[in-house]
Design a protein around this ligand. Sequence first.
Ligand SMILES: [Zn+2]
Length: 465
Amino acid sequence: MHHSKRIDEIIENKRDKFISVSQRIWELAEKSYEETASADLLCRSLEEEGFAVERNVANIPTAFIGSYGSGNPVVAILGEYDALAGLSQEAGIAEQKPVKKNGNGHGCGHNLLGTGALAAAVAVKDYMREHNITGTVRYYGCPAEENGDAKAYMVRDGVFDDVDFSLTWHPAPANAVSAMNALATYQVYFRFKGRSAHAAAAPHLGRSALDAVELMNVGVNYLREHIIPQARIHYAVTNTGGYSPNVVQSDAEVLYLIRAPKVNQVELIYRRLVKIAEGAAHMTETEMELEFDSGTSDLIKNRTIDQVMLNNFHKLGIPEFTEEEIQFAKKIQATLSKDELNNLWHESMKGQILSDTILPLTDEEAFASTDVADVSNVTPTSQAHAVTMANGTSLHTWQVVAQVGSSIGQKGMLHAGKVIASTAVEMIQDENLIQQAKEELTEKFGGESYVSPIPEDVVPPVNRK
Ligand SMILES: [Zn+2]
C-alpha cells in the first residue's frame, strides 16, 4: 500500500475535528499579530494530539511551535491563521453580505491554511508512530503573514536553524505545487513633523507635515519611471494629520511598500525613497523620521521537494466536489468580471469551474510576496495549492471569505493536508532526497549566504497599530 493511502485514512478519520477548527478560526477572523484565540485553539489541538507546544516564539505572543518525536530528520510544517480587515462576509452564499459591518474576514483563506497544516502535522505524527519512524515533526504557528512578516522575524531568531526541510500550502483555485514566485519587500513608515497654526490667521507660522507627505508621494511618482520594471512601489497615507482644513497639520505619516525580485534591488530603491523623503522634509521645513516595519526575501523554489510533492499529489488525486458545490462555485463565478475569469493560474484551466486537474510545475512571473520566502532561504521549502475556491476567484476578496467558510474550502484543506503529510512521510524516510534538496538550495544561493531583510535593531511590530 502506498503511504498516501494510509495518510488519507488518518486525516479522514479526524476530518470533523479539523473542519471544526477551521470554522472556528474563520469565525474569529483575527488580524495580523492579534490572532490570540486562533493561535490558542491550534496550540490546544496540537497538545491534545500529543505535541509539546512552545508559545511566544521569537518574542511574538501568537507565534508557537508544536513538536513531536526526537532527533533528525526535522520537518517543519508551516501554518498561518491571520485574517484581513474589512472583508467580513457570510459563508456559503454568492452575494456580498458582511456578517459584521467593517469586520474582518478570511479573504486569503488562512483559516484553512493553518488547519490544513495542522491536519498534515497530526497525520505525519500518527504515521511515524504506527511505523516506528524516528525523526521530528514540528508545526510552526506563523502569525501575521498579511501584515507583519512574522516568519522573517522567526527566521532571524534562528528557530528554523535545525530544520531539514519545510512544507506548507496556500488555498487556491488550482491544484498545483509551488506555482507562485514571490518578490522581496521592505515596508517602511515615513513620519513628518511640522508645526500647527491657524491656516487663515497665521499660515506663515505653520509648517505642514501633510504637505511633506504629498511632496514625497509626488517625488516617488517621478521615481517610478526610473526603477527596474519588475519593481513595485505602493503606499498608504496612514496619518493625514486630522480632518480640519483650517489647521496646518503638524503630524502626518505615509507607509511605503517596495517590491523587487531581490532584496538588494529593494534596498537600492529604498535608499532613493529615503532621499525623496529627506527632500520633502527640506522643502517644507519639517522633520522626517522613518521606522522600518518589516521585510521579506525572494522565494527560492526547491524542485527536488516540489517533484516529490507533485508525485504524491497525483497518487492522492484531486479533491472531489458534489453537484451542489459545483453549482455554488458557478454562482460565485457569476459575480466575477470577465477579466477576473480570464486571470487564470494556468491556460489549461480556461472554462473550468472547480478545477479538476493538477497543474504541471511551471515558472510563473512573481506577482506577490510572502514571508514563506525567508523560510525557503534557510531550509529547502515546498508549497502545495489545493482547490478551495472557484476558478477565477482572486485572493483578498469577499468571494474567498464566502468559499473558505464552506464545504468547498474544507475539502480542499483536508486534501492539502494529505498532500503535505504524504510528502513529509516520503522525505523523512529518504536521506538521499533530503540531501539532494539541501544541495539544490546551496546551489541556488551560488556561494552567497542568507542575510535577513530586517535590520538587526528592528523588533517584531507586534504592538504597532
Ligand atoms: Zn495568504
